[in-house]
Each structure stands twice: as structure tokens, then as C-alpha cells.
Write a protein that binds this ligand. Structure first.
Ligand code: NAP
Length: 336
């Protein structure tokens, strides 16, 4: 029998104390059921949105994860067993599986995608060609409808989704302003991602810096919420658009948080605010992949990886992302 190590969600985490809430377990793999596939993970993706799934809130976009189950998350690797003919053994696949050596899933319930191997770095299926790339494209192009010459602001700009949104905005001809934590990240956002400027929200007055944007903010790609959203609302252009991708500043709260002080600017400036969730549009994947792969191969978009080695160090990787130690996409490398 094959052993499988997995992270079990035992309790709702308090703040960013993940080690009290999750524990590494080991079990024997059960025989595969009809319709299931099993992959051996080469990489796990750390995704900030999963922090909401760990909490007790019932009013999220999906119910909270039950306690005592393997922690859910994206896994990428080769299929080692299959009882679904569409997913043959040996193929590279990405699924919503488990934080585990092996993920066992039903493809239709886990957004299983067979992956194109004509790419120099398979990890980009968690990056440019992964759900972060697709989300950044959906938000920037479809929800915000960013046009050439417009002022686009992106928060969490040095993270996975934000760094991709910055590059997509630049590729669409927008003038990009990033917001990120610390001078090193800001340097990266300007020098590597092609933003015109980057505001270091830990050391600068965000509202005062945003005020310098000539013509105001036409489009805001929101990843954060909290005081940054307030600073943005006060500096939007007339008829500006806000795409709410995420609100990471709120994810540790087990209750709703008060709305922005500057909410009245929605009326004053006739703003449109729209939340969006990539899993609402799974059918767009192939179209998004085609555009992003083209840009990637032309050198017009990329994402670096913040890599932690070993399943036993998964919580280290997760904490790095939730506390902003990462630049780019956080992954756990399980390759030998
Ligand atoms: N709607 C969707 O379908 C969808 C899909 C994927 C991701 N998302 C959202 O996209 C956002 C980014 O997620 P990701 O997985 O790509 O993670 P990420 O951006 O790679 O990592 C999270 C980043 O958030 C920043 N951050 C953390 N706490 C913060 C705070 N209190 N205030 C300001 N910034 C903070 C940190 O950067 P700093 O050092 O700059 O603080 C950190 O690097 C999240 O809100 C996530 O929920 C949404």
C-alpha cells in the first residue's frame, strides 16, 4: 500500500497562526473509486483566497471547509491512477485537490485541466497560465475593460495575481500604478513589471500619492480592501471602475468588516464596482490560455516563483504569502 501525507484542517486559524490549526497526517491510499483520478503532486499552489475557506463565515462565496478534512488546494502533477478515460495515466494535470503528496479527485468536481507540455516551465501552469493569470486577465480585460492610455491601479501588485494584472494592464496600453509593501517590491513593480509608479503602502501616504495621478484613476484592480480601498475611492476619476478580485486585509476576520469610509464617492464620482470570481467562467480558460501563452512566449508576461521545498514546510509557504514575504507566485515544490 502507498502512504500519503496530507495536511488536515483541525480548527479555524486565529490570525496567521496556521500551525495550531493544521497538522501533517499520514494514511494509506484507499483504492480508487470509479470516476476518480489520482495524481502525484510535483507542486502545490498557495492561494490567498483559501484563507477564507478555513474560517467559520457562512456568507462567503463557498461554505467553510469542514473541520477534520484534508486541506483543499491546487495541485499539479502527473496522473498515476485513473478510472476516468478522459484523464489517462501519465498526463500532466492541475486540479483543486489536497495539500498532500497525492490528490484523489473526481475531475468534474475539481476543475481538472489536462496541461499543455509545450511550455519551458511547467510551474507556469500555476502562474501566467494558471488561475492567477486567468483571474488577472478576467479582471483587467473583461471586468474593468481597461483601455489604452487609461490609469490603472493594482493593489498587492508584487503578488501573484497583482503582478500579472500589472503586466496585462501594461500590455493593454494602460498607465499602471502598483501598490505594494516595501521599497524592494516597489522597485520590482516598476523595473520588472513596467508600472509607471509604485506606492509603498507601508512607508508612504497612499492617498497623497494617488492624488498625483493625472486625470484620476480610471480602473482599480482590488486585491486588498481596508484602508487602501478608501485611499483609492477618494482618487477615482469620474465614471471610474473598480473590479473587486480579493480583500486580503479582511480574510483573518471571522465576522464582516465595516465598509469603506469613502463609500459615498461611488455616488459622487458615478463609479461602478463589480466583484468577480474566476470559477464563474471556467469555459473561458482555453481562450485566456491562448492569449497569455502568446504573451509569455513573446516575453511580455511572466511571474517569478517563491518556492518552499517539501510538503512538511507547506505552512511556511502559506505564511510567507499571507504576511507579504513573497514576490510573485508562492508554491510548494514536492519534486524529489
Ligand atoms: N476573485 C478571484 O477569482 C480570485 C482568484 C485568485 C486570487 N484572488 C485574490 O487575489 C488576491 C491576491 O491573491 P494571491 O493568491 O495572488 O496572493 P499574493 O498576491 O501572491 O499574496 C498575497 C499578497 O497580499 C499582500 N497583503 C497581505 N496582507 C495585506 C494587507 N493587510 N494589506 C495589503 N496587502 C496585503 C501581500 O503583499 P504586500 O507585501 O504588498 O502587502 C502579499 O504578498 C487575494 O485577495 C485573493 O483572494 C481572487
Amino acid at each position: 500500500m502507498t502512504k500519503n501525507r496530507f495536511w488536515r484542517l483541525d480548527d479555524h486559524p486565529q490570525g496567521d497562526d496556521f500551525s495550531s490549526a493544521l497538522s501533517l497526517q499520514e494514511t494509506e491510499l484507499a483504492p480508487l473509486q470509479d470516476g476518480e483520478i489520482r495524481l502525484k503532486a510535483d507542486y502545490l499552489s498557495m492561494d490567498a483566497g483559501t484563507r477564507m475557506w478555513m474560517g467559520p463565515r457562512e456568507d462567503g462565496y463557498q461554505p467553510p471547509l469542514p473541520m477534520g478534512i484534508p486541506m483543499a488546494g491546487q495541485a499539479l502533477g502527473r496522473i498515476v491512477e485513473s478510472r476516468d478515460d478522459r484523464f489517462p495515466v501519465g498526463r500532466l494535470v492541475r486540479v483543486f485537490g489536497q495539500w498532500a503528496d497525492y490528490s484523489t479527485v473526481r475531475p468534474d468536481d475539481s476543475w481538472a485541466v489536462l496541461l499543455d507540455e509545450d511550455i519551458d516551465d511547467p510551474r507556469q501552469h500555476f502562474g501566467v497560465l494558471g488561475l492567477n493569470g486567468w483571474t488577472a486577465l478576467y479582471g483587467t480585460k473583461d471586468i474593468l475593460g481597461v483601455k489604452e492610455g487609461e490609469n490603472l491601479v493594482v493593489s498587492a501588485a508584487a503578488g501573484a495575481t497583482g503582478s500579472l494584472a500589472c503586466q496585462i494592464g501594461r500590455n493593454l496600453g494602460a498607465k499602471v500604478t502598483g501598490i505594494a509593501g516595501g521599497p524592494d517590491k516597489c522597485r520590482y513593480v516598476v523595473e520588472e513589471l513596467g508600472a509607471e509608479r509604485c506606492i509603498d503602502y507601508k512607508n508612504q501616504d497612499v492617498a497623497a500619492e494617488l492624488k498625483k495621478i493625472d486625470g484620476g484613476i480610471n480602473a482599480y484592480f482590488e486585491n486588498v480592501g481596508g484602508p487602501i480601498l478608501d485611499a483609492v475611492l477618494a482618487n477615482m476619476a469620474l465614471f471610474g471602475r473598480v473590479a473587486v478580485c480579493g480583500m486580503i486585509a479582511n480574510y483573518e476576520s471571522d465576522e464582516g468588516v465595516p465598509g469603506p469610509k469613502n463609500y459615498d464617492q461611488v455616488l459622487m464620482r458615478r463609479l461602478r464596482i463589480e466583484g468577480f470570481l474566476l470559477p464563474d467562467v471556467p469555459e473561458r480558460g482555453p481562450e485566456y490560455n491562448a492569449l497569455l501563452k502568446g504573451w509569455y512566449q513573446e516575453g511580455k508576461i511572466t511571474v517569478p516563483f517563491d518556492v518552499t521545498k517539501g510538503l512538511e514546510n507547506t505552512l511556511v509557504a502559506y505564511s510567507r504569502m499571507m504576511t507579504g514575504k513573497n514576490t510573485g507566485k508562492v508554491i510548494v515544490d514536492l519534486t524529489d
